[in-house]
Design a protein around this ligand. Structure first.
Ligand code: SF4
Length: 427
């Protein structure tokens, strides 16, 4: 029987249409990063749909999972959270209909929309026929609570890799063992032997992406910032949807070339001068990517970085000669230091230190914190974050309460108004 993959088909059509529009209607030198993203997205989704049509099993996974491990199998990985938020970003009606379905079923209205979109899609039978779901027990209670829906209500086999609280050598070793067990469980469920040479190739793609992102971030420290703000929400999708796949390497490679060229030629690449460099310690706005263009073009206020677009780890070394255990150890470490997991799953001091470090590195003039309604643990530290950034870096922080994936909680107009008022206190 043909697997149901309606959300993936819808995203594929949306990517094709958007790519056609921006390549056809937008001048060649404009929105280059957005174009690169949609080229990769279109190709990634097309290949996924072809593989599913061939009958390959589908692995649903959480964004904070090192999805390179799935490349051990002849299967198609699909990130649950990325589907919800790609719907928010690409469709005018967003994922709101699905959030409402999940809410009326009984899922709390104040939980994280990152999983809620897919819960609503399942309730409408407009879902993805996952053969198995794999998640870590991190970074938050929302994750664990929401995945019970897939496991217990939909009866999809759901494997959880237990992530320890302590991020030290003992913790990394423990999590590496968890990943090894997960591969064995997947092997049983999918009835396939793991192919570790495919895993190696997948890590090679990711290694190149990690190296390129580090270089992109070096260039983003330049004044003016050579990368559009839209890189931030897009980068979050790239991290999570293309993880361990060639499109991640291609995207970062293309962005790196664009940034190098802009820094080298020192040519103005946008109409508005850079006036204020904003650092977003948490996430950017996902439900409307035009907001980033508004920041760049109207305010001259680039987002120089956010939580998802900076890795506090390097590539996995000596990948060509590493044995299986070494590869999984490397993935376990990266996974525990992955954006949002690193800052949300451990002591708050890590989040504060990272924010101070990034604000300094990127010469930020101010910070803007998205107080995402679902994310209780991040909201609990906002006041301390404000005080620390003021004391350590000397910059003010604006907090905007919103749902990053649901435009109804705080409208785009309200967000713009708050940002605009904030900038007037800075200039
Ligand atoms: S935004 Fe917060 S609540 Fe949502 S998945 Fe991330 S850590 Fe969990």
């Amino acid at each position: 029987m043909k697997a149901n993959v309606k959300p993936v088909e819808m995203l594929y059509e949306a990517s094709q249409t958007t790519l056609g529009l921006i390549e056809g209607a937008v001048p060649k030198h404009e929105m280059q990063i957005l174009k690169s993203f949609f080229r990769c997205m279109e190709s990634n989704l097309r290949i996924k749909l072809e593989q599913i049509a061939e009958g390959k099993p589908i692995i649903g996974h959480h964004f904070a999972f090192p999805s390179e491990v799935f490349s051990c199998f002849d299967a198609v990985p699909i990130c649950v959270e990325a589907i919800s938020y790609l719907f928010s970003a690409l469709f005018t009606t967003g994922s709101e209909k699905y959030y409402d379905l999940a809410n009326s079923w009984g899922h709390p209205y104040h939980s994280c929309t990152s999983q809620k979109g897919m819960i609503g899609m399942a309730l409408e039978h407009n879902f993805i026929d996952f053969d198995v779901i794999a998640i870590p027990s991190a970074p938050c209670d929302n994750t664990i609570a929401s995945y019970q829906f897939f496991s217990e209500h939909l009866n999809i086999p759901t494997i959880v890799a237990d992530m320890p609280y302590y991020h030290n050598s003992r913790g990394y070793e423990y999590y590496s063992n968890e990943l090894e067990s997960m591969i064995q469980e997947l092997s049983t469920i999918l009835n396939q032997e793991p192919n570790y040479e495919r895993l190696r190739q997948s890590i090679i793609y990711s290694n190149h992406a990690v190296e390129n992102l580090a270089e992109i971030n070096n260039l983003r420290r330049s004044i003016p910032c050579p990368v559009e703000s839209v890189f931030n929400p897009i980068g979050s999708a790239v991290q999570n949807f293309f993880s361990g796949q060639v499109e991640k390497e291609i995207f970062y490679n293309e962005v790196l070339e664009i940034a190098r060229e802009r820094v080298r030629t020192k040519k103005a690449w946008r109409e508005t001068d850079e006036r204020v460099r904003s650092f977003w310690p948490y996430m950017s706005v996902f439900f409307d990517i035009t907001f980033c263009e508004w920041l760049d073009r109207k305010l001259g206020m680039p987002i120089v970085t956010d939580i998802f677009n900076y890795f506090f780890f390097g590539p996995i070394k000596n990948i060509e000669s590493l044995d299986t255990k070494g590869m999984i150890d490397g993935l376990a470490y990266q996974s525990m230091e992955y954006p949002m997991v690193r800052q949300s799953e451990s002591f708050a001091s890590v989040f504060f230190e990272d924010a101070v470090n990034l604000a300094h590195q990127f010469s930020a003039d101010c910070a803007i914190f998205t107080a995402h309604i679902g994310c209780k643990q991040s909201a609990s530290m906002i006041q301390l974050m404000r005080e620390i950034l003021k004391e350590e870096v000397g910059i003010p922080m604006l907090t905007i309460e919103m749902d990053i994936g649901d435009k109804r909680m705080t409208s785009l107009e309200t967000i713009k108004k708050k940002v605009l008022e904030f900038t007037q206190t800075l200039l």
